[in-house]
Design a protein around this ligand. Structure first.
Ligand SMILES: Nc1ncnc2c1ncn2[C@@H]1O[C@H](COP(=O)(O)OP(=O)(O)OP(=O)(O)O)[C@@H](O)[C@H]1O
Ligand SMILES: [Mg+2]
Length: 299
C-alpha cells in the first residue's frame, strides 16, 4: 500500500531546529487526546541542489529523494528491530519533505554524541561545529566508552546502548548511510538517567542525492563499493559493512540474524510504497539494498 503524504501546513510551529545543515522546523501534531502533550515532529523539507548546466545551458535544480530515504530507512529498521525515529511523508505550504517524530519524550533532553565525546576526550565542545570527515575520536572504542553501561532507547526491544549502536551500524551498511557523524546519534537525559536515543537522519542514504541520469549509468554494485565510513576516525578507507561487522564483534546484538530473514521481496515492498519514485530509482535502490545485505551476510 502506498504511504500517505500528510499536509501539515496547519500544524503549529514549535521551534526552529538549529542543529544540522538544512533549515527545519518542529511542529506540534494537532489532535492528540485532550490534555495529553502533543507529539513533536521535525519537518525536514527535501534538500534542493543547483547543478551546473551542461554545455552552456543554465543551471538546473535537483530535488533530493531524501524524504523517501528517511521513510524507507525507518521501515527497514523496523523489520530488523532497530529503533529509529518514526517517519511520515509530508507537504508543508507546497514544499515536500519528511516528518521525523521526536525520539525524546517531554521528560527527556536530547544531546548529540559530540557533547559526550568532547566530555570524554577533555576537549571543548562547540555546538553545531562542522562535522569533519574522519573526525578524531569518533571511533568505536571511544563510542563504546560513552555508551558503556547505558540502556538502549525505551522504544527498543531491550538491547543495551552498545548492542543498539551495533544495530545502527548494520542499518547504515544496509542502506548505504555514510552520514553517521557524531551529531547523527544522540543520548537522551532524564535526571540522572542517560540512554542511547533511537536512530535518526537517514535522508542522505540510498543515493538520495543522485539524479536519475547518474543512476542510469551506474552499476549499483560499484556504488555499494564506495560506501565508506567517512564520518568516523580514519574511516575513509573502511567500508560501512566492515565497520558494522566490527561493531557486532564488539557488542553483539540480534541484528545479523534478523537481517538473514529479509529477502528481496521485503525490500521491494517497502520501496514500492513510496509515492513518486521513478521505476529506475526503485530498481537501483532495491539492487543496492540486496548488494549491501550480501556483503553483510558473507564477510
Ligand atoms: N527524530 C528526531 N528526534 C529528535 N531530534 C531530532 C530528530 N531528528 C533530528 N533531530 C535533531 O535535529 C538535528 C538536525 O536534524 P537532522 O540530523 O535530521 O538534519 P540534517 O540537516 O540532515 O543534519 P546533517 O547536518 O547531519 O546533514 C539532529 O542533529 C538532531 O539533534
Ligand atoms: Mg543530521
Amino acid at each position: 500500500m502506498e504511504a500517505p503524504v500528510l499536509d501539515v501546513s496547519s500544524w503549529s510551529p514549535l521551534d526552529e531546529e538549529w542543529l544540522g545543515e538544512q533549515e527545519k522546523v518542529w511542529l506540534a501534531e494537532p489532535d492528540g487526546p485532550p490534555g495529553a502533550s502533543r507529539a513533536a515532529w521535525l519537518f525536514k523539507p527535501s534538500r534542493r541542489t543547483e547543478l551546473p548546466g551542461r554545455r552552456g545551458a543554465s543551471p538546473r535544480r535537483f530535488t533530493w529523494s531524501d524524504a523517501g530515504s528517511e521513510w524507507i530507512a525507518h521501515q527497514l529498521a523496523a523489520l530488523i528491530g532497530v529503533p529509529s525515529a518514526e517517519i511520515r511523508l509530508a507537504r508543508r505550504e507546497g514544499v515536500s519533505g519528511a516528518l521525523s517524530r521526536d525520539v525524546s519524550s517531554p521528560r527527556e533532553d536530547l544531546h548529540g554524541g559530540d557533547l559526550f565525546l568532547s566530555e570524554l576526550l577533555g576537549r571543548d565542545y562547540i555546538p553545531n561545529a562542522e562535522k569533519a570527515r574522519n573526525r578524531r575520536g569518533h571511533n568505536l572504542e571511544v563510542i563504546g566508552r560513552v555508551l558503556d553501561g547505558l540502556d538502549g532507547p525505551a522504544t527498543g526491544s531491550g538491547a543495551n546502548a552498545q548492542e543498539t549502536f551495533a544495530g545502527y551500524l548494520l542499518l547504515d551498511a544496509w542502506i548505504g548511510n555514510t552520514d553517521r557523524h557524531c551529531d547523527n546519534w544522540a543520548l537522551t537525559i532524564d535526571g540522572s538517567v542517560r540512554r542511547l536515543a533511537a536512530s535518526f537522519d537517514h535522508g542522505s542514504a540510498l543515493a538520495a542525492g543522485k539524479e536519475d541520469s547518474f543512476l542510469a549509468r551506474t552499476d549499483p554494485r560499484d556504488f555499494a563499493d564506495g560506501a565508506m565510513a567517512m564520518k568516523f576516525e580514519n574511516g575513509k578507507n573502511v567500508h560501512l559493512a566492515d565497520l558494522a561487522l566490527d561493531g557486532m564483534d564488539r557488542w553483539g546484538g540480534p541484528w545479523l540474524d534478523a537481517l538473514a530473514e529479509i529477502g528481496v521481496g521485503d525490500e521491494r515492498a517497502v520501496v514500492d510504497a513510496v509515492p513518486g519514485l521513478s521505476e529506475l530509482r526503485r530498481r537501483f535502490i532495491c539492487r543496492l539494498l540486496e548488494e549491501n545485505r550480501r556483503r553483510l551476510s558473507t564477510p
